[in-house]
Design a protein around this ligand. Structure first.
Ligand SMILES: [Ca+2]
Length: 417
């Protein structure tokens, strides 16, 4: 059974390391493999305007079994609803996700689920388009080439932005602590103590082109997901591409692929059994990786079979940003209002683990998720991270709504046909 990861934001971690700070909120917390979230913050500091970064831990959940009986019976196969309508033609690289209703959140007998994944509740989403894969280095490079965009990790961190996520009275670190950079996964430097979340290192000049820091590159990795993405970076790309980030509800609905009551997008079989189904951490995290799934770090998108909606890597590879603010009690607030229709997330953010930091939701887990630790490749697992945080296991994919129905000028003006 995994404990709730409560990773400190990367930026905060870096500052803490620099100042030998010890944040009470993080003490004793079990940073998940994704605690890279902490690293994310560092990155965030380095870059984005505005947001204070913090990254966190993920939660895992299993849609599952327990109330499974009733849950399964109650759920509509996604796709049922709009099935009668013609399937819209998806833009290149996207698939149509038919609207429907589903049970969002962890199943009753999910022993890995964290409190923020409950209670499970009914949600309805309209149909939408979703990228079949995570956004790749090739795709992101086109965006940067066209716009000259500089990512959060490529910008110097602004103290005024980061300090609002820190305990009051925190001293300003030396100037060089604000140089551009990002948190990089460095398992070789970890003590192996899962409570310490010490497998992330702040590397100056680490960014999406240099995911492992200076000297590394993405040459030959054009079809891998772009990483070190802050929420702000993801938003900028989506806007340029004429798309948007998916809501958290859309994301989970899409990940389940229209199959209710399953733990992961591919079903209930553990990732370590049967043929490889996703890029997760094989072995004992973070000390050894058997590469059973073929990869130690990121993998080219489409390396594993898609789910029933045609979506790849909805579990593992890289974490994916959603548009929603994160609150630990989002589901609790919905409990008596089901079914919730097209939820956009709460109006603000609150994470008891880091109450100063406003965070956005991430989903899907990454290549760092192991069954022995965070198991966030499960479809109900939630992660929370400050929007200016990007880590070497964090990327995104985009969604798009159907265009608004065309309205005849005559009708709009109230004129007779
Ligand atoms: Ca993913």
């Amino acid at each position: 059974m995994s404990t709730p990861p409560s990773s400190r934001s990367p930026l905060l971690s870096a500052i803490a390391a620099c100042l030998a700070l010890s944040f009470a909120a993080s003490a004793g917390a079990d940073p998940s493999c994704e605690s890279g979230a902490a690293a994310a913050k560092l990155q965030a500091i380095a870059g984005t305007e505005g947001a204070a970064a913090t990254a966190e831990a993920a939660a895992a959940g299993r849609p599952g079994d327990a109330g499974a009986g009733s849950a399964r019976a109650a759920e509509h196969a996604p796709g049922d609803a709009p099935a009668a309508a013609a399937t819209p033609v998806a833009p290149e690289g996207m698939v149509w996700i038919p609207g429907g209703e589903f049970e969002m959140g962890a199943l009753d007998d999910d022993t890995h689920a964290r409190p923020d994944e409950r209670p499970r509740h009914r949600v309805r989403v309209d149909g939408f388009f979703m990228d079949a894969t995570e956004v790749t280095n090739r795709q992101f490079a086109k965006f940067v080439e066209a716009t000259g965009y500089r990512t959060t990790a490529e910008r110097r961190v602004e103290w005024e932005q980061i300090k609002k996520d820190l305990p009051e009275g925190t001293e300003k670190p030396p100037d060089d602590a604000f140089d551009p950079g990002a948190l990089v996964f460095t398992p070789e430097q970890s003590s192996g103590d899962l409570r310490r979340n010490d497998w992330w290192s702040w590397r100056k000049a680490a960014d999406w082109r240099h995911p492992r820091g200076p000297g590394s590159s993405i040459e030959g990795m054009e079809d891998h997901p772009v990483v070190d993405m802050s929420w702000d970076d993801a938003q900028a790309y989506a806007k340029w591409a004429g798309k948007r980030l998916p809501t958290e509800a859309e994301w989970e609905y899409a990940a389940r692929g229209g199959v209710p009551g399953k733990l992961q997008p591919w079903g209930d079989e553990p990732p370590a059994e049967g043929r490889p189904k996703a890029n997760t951490w094989d072995g004992v995290f973070p000390g050894s990786n058997t590469k059973r799934d073929g990869f130690e770090f990121t993998s080219p998108v489409r390396s594993y079979p898609p789910n029933r909606f045609g979506l790849h890597d909805m579990a593992g590879n890289v974490w994916e940003w959603c548009s929603d603010w994160y609150r630990f009690d989002t589901y609790a607030m919905r409990a008596d209002k089901a079914p919730i229709v097209n939820p956009q997330g709460p109006a603000d953010s609150y994470d008891p683990d880091e109450p100063h930091a406003a965070k956005r939701v991430q989903r899907g887990g990454s290549f760092l998720c192991s069954v022995s630790y965070c198991s966030s490749y499960r479809s109900s697992a939630r992660m929370k991270t400050t929007p200016d945080t990007g880590l070497s296991h964090t990327g995104f994919r985009c969604a798009r709504s159907l265009p608004a129905p065309a309205v005849s000028p005559a009708v709009e003006a109230g004129k007779p046909g």
